[in-house]
Design a protein around this ligand. Structure first.
Ligand code: MG
Length: 198
């Protein structure tokens, strides 16, 4: 991990909690299982889409207002900031609800890319944009997330990938170059390897 010079974090389930009830959202939208919610909404007529977006917005704002840091994530981010490691957040959440989460939890990461200003993960274009803004090759930027879209986006951008907060053997485990069940383990390994080179 000593080649890592910058990190991109997913937001929900990685840095902060998410209590979004996807089953309830799907039910309210009439979105069948097996179809990605955002893809489903994109395929609706204009009038239906406005209504669907209002449903999603309501759920996301409620979720954002209840969000809290996940264990160990705040200490990890703080240490990165102290060491001036460039950081970004890439989320499929809306800009509005992401900013509520960032403000409420005082997440010290101003560089935020949301679904309004990027193609959603697993598309790699936002990650290419971040690496280029950091003036770093993709292999020096670590994509950190808790779900397959994060890992697929990282792979598609040729970035190393790190899975956090996993349990058991999820079917996307093979997409992770590094895996940690919690941030404390990640913290220890990540900063230990840096002490060796500093
Ligand atoms: Mg997530």
């Amino acid at each position: 991990m000593k080649q890592i010079r910058a990190l991109v974090f997913d937001l929900d389930g990685t840095l902060v909690t998410s209590t979004l009830d996807f089953a309830l959202i799907r039910e309210e939208l009439g979105c069948p299982e097996g179809i990605d919610v955002l893809t489903f909404v994109d395929g609706l007529s204009d009038a239906e889409r406005v209504e669907a977006e209002a449903i999603i917005h309501r759920h996301e704002v409620e979720d954002a207002e209840q969000s809290v840091w996940l264990p160990g994530a705040q200490a990890f981010v703080k240490r990165c900031r102290d060491l001036e490691i460039p950081l970004a957040i890439l989320t499929r959440n809306s800009d509005f609800s992401s900013r509520i989460k960032i403000a409420k939890n005082e997440i010290p990461i101003p560089y935020l890319i949301t679904r309004e200003n990027s193609k959603p993960k697993p598309d790699p274009s936002a990650l290419h944009e971040i690496a280029s803004r950091f003036s770093l090759p993709s292999e020096a930027v670590l994509m950190v997330g808790d779900y397959k879209y994060d890992l697929q986006a990282g792979r598609n951008a040729r970035m190393p990938t790190c899975l956090v907060h996993y349990e058991g053997e999820p079917d996307y485990l093979h997409l992770a170059d590094y895996k940690f069940q919690n941030f404390s383990q990640f913290h220890q390994v990540f900063f230990e390897t840096r002490q060796l080179i500093n």
